[in-house]
Design a protein. Structure first.
Length: 333
């Protein structure tokens, strides 16, 4: 099959590309490289450095593909409260143009990467049948994109599925981004002999999953004919962990001895964010195979192999006031 992946130089996009190539599919994709890395690009893909917001450009490069997998995003939930313009442009508007270009080209199926930010501050674990109640511009833009997809895909007879990934970790994840990817930030800092910086008291709870454990689920959303018009959480619900405990595990892995630094809470950060995995176990055969300890080890090995990096403040902070984290305003990470 001919499969087109947006955000193909990013973390999930690059792993999906590899998976689809290994399965024998013909893969092409785009990325504007705002956050993606050229080193993530698989040699066997056709790559286009096109912005998803460029409708005409997207329409040309999507032509001839049967499946579009939309991974491109500035997936910065915390930053979206302070940089709503850049974040929503690359989530909502970029999704609308990618969906439009896909409809123009009569693709068979569109898979949309949403986020657990769609659930907001509801009781955990989040279930797919909960009414979305996003709490920040990132989540609002993700849900708006979901809604546009459902309306336009149903109207034009295109199959669709919505993946709701949460806290997936592993190699190829950007680790010099000061705004996002908590585990990779901790590893990159510890390996530079710098302490982890924790927002709030560190008792926030999350549930991480290793990329190899979820890639099969992501693949099925594109290829399984029986799975259509489904919204499915992608990730585990077994090993919940506080950020404090994560910091401890990363320090054990990297051999860092110092204490973490605590700074003020990030406004709008959801304290407990974990998803129920029953639907992905039932429909996608999801199974956790990699422990968090192993996942941290493999991610740290990737950072070591590629070398630690200075953090790059590559996105603008659009609203600067007393609520904006100092870590970003003063570039402390
Ligand atoms: N990794 C996770 O745990 C996780 C969790 C929740 C949701 N998601 C969603 O999954 C998708 C992939 O996430 P990821 O972790 O791989 O992120 P990522 O940042 O590694 O990859 C996203 C890619 O999109 C590209 N991009 C951004 N805006 C673009 C635009 N306008 N045009 C073209 N390319 C653009 C970036 O350069 C980057 O390479 C995103 O939609 C994200 O919101 C991921």
């Amino acid at each position: 099959m001919k499969i087109f992946i947006t955000g193909i130089a990013g973390f999930l996009g690059s792993h999906l590309a590899k998976k689809m190539i290994d399965l024998g599919h013909e893969v092409s994709g785009n990325d504007n490289l705002i956050g993606g890395e050229k080193t993530n690009l698989n040699k066997k893909i056709s790559f286009f450095e096109t912005d998803c917001n460029d409708l005409d450009g997207m329409s040309k490069i999507i032509k001839g593909n049967e499946i579009v997998y939309h991974c491109a995003a500035t997936a910065h939930e915390g930053l979206s409260v302070f940089s709503p313009n850049v974040i929503t442009k690359n989530i909502f508007q970029a999704s609308v143009s990618t969906i439009t270009a896909s409809i123009q080209n009569k693709v068979k199926r569109f898979v949309y990467c949403s986020s657990m930010a769609r659930y907001g501050n509801q009781e955990t674990p989040f279930k797919e049948n909960m009414t979305p109640k996003p709490e920040d511009p990132y989540g609002v833009a993700k849900v708006a994109g979901e809604n546009v997809l459902k309306i336009l895909a149903d109207l034009n007879g295109i199959e669709w599925n919505i993946a709701v990934p949460h806290n997936i970790i592993g190699p190829n994840q950007k680790y010099d981004d000061p705004f996002r990817n908590v585990l990779s930030i901790f590893i990159n800092r510890n390996l530079q002999n710098k302490p982890a910086i924790i927002y709030g008291d560190g008792n926030q709870k999350r549930c991480f999953s290793y990329i190899d454990d979820v890639i099969y689920c992501l693949e099925k959303l594109a290829l399984d004919k029986k799975i259509n018009k489904e919204i499915i959480n992608i990730g585990p619900d077994e090993e919940e962990i506080t950020i404090n405990k994560l910091v401890e595990m990363v320090a054990n892995e990297t051999g860092f001895n110092g204490k973490p630094i605590y700074v003020a809470d990030r406004p709008k950060e959801v304290k407990f964010a974990t998803c129920n995995a029953d639907k992905s176990r039932r429909l996608l055969n999801y199974k956790t195979k990699t422990s968090l300890k192993e996942a941290i080890n493999k991610t740290a090995e990737f950072v070591k192999k590629n070398g630690v990096k200075e953090f790059k403040y590559y996105l603008p902070v659009e609203i600067i006031n007393e609520r904006t984290p100092e870590t970003w305003v003063k570039k402390l990470i």
